[in-house]
Design a protein around this ligand. Sequence first.
Ligand SMILES: N[C@@H](CCC(=O)N[C@@H](CS)C(=O)NCC(=O)O)C(=O)O
Length: 325
Amino acid sequence: MQLYDGVWRDSPPAQEEIGADGRFRRIESPLREIIEKDPMARYAAEAGRYQLWVAWVCPWAGRTLAVRALKGLEGVVDVNYALPGLGSQGWVYEQGPDGERPVGGYPLHKLYVEHDKTFTGKVTVPTLWDRKTRRIVNNESAEIIRMLNSAFDDLTGNALDLYPAALRADIERWNDLIYATLNNGVYRAGFAGSQEAYEEAAHGVFDTLERMEQHLTVQRYLAGEYCTEADWRAFVTLVRFDTAYHGAFRCNLRRIEDYPALSGYLRELYQWPGIAQTVRLDAIKRGYYELVDRHRIVAIGPALDLERPHGREGLPGRGIWTNGN
Ligand SMILES: N[C@@H](CCC(=O)N[C@@H](CS)C(=O)NCC(=O)O)C(=O)O
């Protein structure tokens, strides 16, 4: 389902992204403007101006929520949370961009048409909306988290840097691997249209988990002693794994719980101040099972306890890099 020349057409989710070979290929996000520190910029950093449209179930939205929390942007960038479920109208919200509450809700595709009345393309979360120009700034989460990481620092005084120059090469290496084989890998397994495509993707997922397990047995974080963007990009998939991908996407060789280092690492990140509030496991579970199960039956398990001690204090770690240190 997507917009064609400003008109919404309902077809099964992800249908446009499955190729003749049964392989799932994610379409590139088309809206790629940037919020800048410069007050003269078209999209200048201002408190209360921007609104992030998200859904609890979505990992791409999840990473923007995690960075928003880590950077203390709760009072600066507003969030609009989708109603549960991806139905025939796509993502639907209780409130529209101006706080209006239309009967039946406000579909996100309406916001895209407000942005551009001839918009053609997928309507996805996260979407970053500018109330001032009434434009969508960006709908690519990888770029949204970079903006949240730095653009508002002069307003908030927050000096944490999740993408420090000194660690970028390492961060990018992990990002590339984790995006292709894990973040998107679980989708390639879950939405595969052939046995071969599924197996290729699912094995890729577990090869990467194994590699992460080995690394995290001796390192506190992916880029070493500092917790960076790479960790939070991994986190959103790891935290959904046992609850959703293991069952609904058939990524079931092992659970994260079965990896001693990875499961402790996941708990450390989950227990980071402000992060647990960005994760709703019940919504995640329901969202994925309803997407894949014809009868919309949601599994009862697993019983998970992400609050128990993570036991990673013995590994050297310095938290998040701070500018000016
Ligand atoms: N590249 C995008 C991907 C976002 C994305 O695919 N979001 C999904 C939810 S998890 C979505 O909104 N899908 C709606 C659809 O496929 O119609 C990003 O990372 O921001």
